[in-house]
Ligand binder design. Structure first.
Ligand code: NAP
Length: 261
């Protein structure tokens, strides 16, 4: 697969991984529709790339169904059709159990999980009709277990991964490819907030390169870096008693230093 002459939508392109993807793609001679809430940051990408005609920006909260619908309608008007969507928008939030709040959960699920659902709803009829298209969803290796302090985030990413997995199988007969991206720690504004040690932290441009190579090679799951992939597999199959023991040992000293990749 190549990106040349394709129309690619990227959500969450104003910062971090999405920004780096959007910065690299103009070299591939494709058209880009960039979505985020902070449009002034998206505009920088147009200025940097100097490819005004083929890059357009759209202010949209993907957690809102009506905004997402209008945005995708506009993208289709502007570009004619969409070939690839990279659904990367996401938020992380460390949660203090003493301030447990359904509104925190709602915000995280609205963006990390339903944001993907909302975008897929807009492109799926066209993809089904044309029997083509690629859906890329960015989840996280943090989906492997329920880590203390980031339960909402872990659960939102696990739900998104399972949704993408089922879509991958259901959409195969329609020649629609579904790719799940599961990063470990990547240096972005999201992880800049974390105060704890983040092992094997990856440079954002390197992460974007791995993601784009993975999409080109039509991998089912793009996960990196290897040591964190291995660690997350070990954690996933670890007996509950051992996982609970290891996590509870962290509790007294962790306070705000809770993992959320
Ligand atoms: N960095 C890591 O270590 C890491 C690890 C695993 C997974 N991930 C995942 O990778 C993705 C990108 O994260 P990042 O590290 O690049 O974080 P980031 O720098 O904070 O970027 C997040 C992007 O999501 C957008 N976004 C947030 N809420 C949105 C909404 N309601 N509607 C539309 N766009 C929204 C933000 O744009 P606006 O605020 O302008 O809307 C921003 O462009 C996320 O899904 C994250 O969970 C990151």
């Amino acid at each position: 697969m190549h990106f040349e002459n394709k129309t690619i939508v990227i959500t969450g392109a104003s910062s971090g991984i999405g920004y780096s993807l959007a910065k690299s793609l103009p070299k591939e001679n494709c058209s880009l529709a960039l979505i985020a809430r902070r449009q002034y940051l998206l505009k920088n990408l147009i200025n940097e790339s100097k490819k005004e005609g083929t890059i357009r920006t759209y202010q949209c909260d993907v957690g809102k169904v009506s905004e997402t619908k209008l945005t995708f309608e506009q993208i289709k008007k502007d570009f004619g059709s969409i070939d690839i969507v990279i659904l990367n928008s996401g938020v992380s939030l460390r949660t203090d159990i003493r301030k447990y709040s359904s509104s925190d959960a709602k915000e995280i699920f609205d963006i990390n999980t339903l944001g993907i659902v909302n975008c897929v709803e807009q492109i799926l009829p066209d993809f089904l009709e044309h029997k083509s298209g690629i859906i890329v969803g960015v989840t996280s290796l943090a989906e492997s277990r329920g880590f203390p302090g980031s339960g909402f985030y872990n659960a939102s990413k696990a739900a998104a991964s399972l949704l993408l997995e089922s879509l991958r199988i259901e959409l195969k007969p329609y020649n629609i490819k579904v790719i799940t991206v599961k990063p470990g720690f990547v240096k972005t504004p999201m992880t800049d907030k974390n105060e704890f040690h983040m092992p094997f932290m990856m440079n954002v441009d390197k992460a974007a390169k791995i993601i784009l190579e993975g999409i080109k090679n039509e991998k089912k799951v793009i996960q990196f870096p290897f040591p964190i992939v291995l660690g997350s597999k070990i954690l996933k199959f670890m007996p509950d008693w051992l996982f609970d023991y290891l996590m509870s040992k962290k509790l007294p000293s962790r306070k705000d230093k809770i993992s959320a990749v």
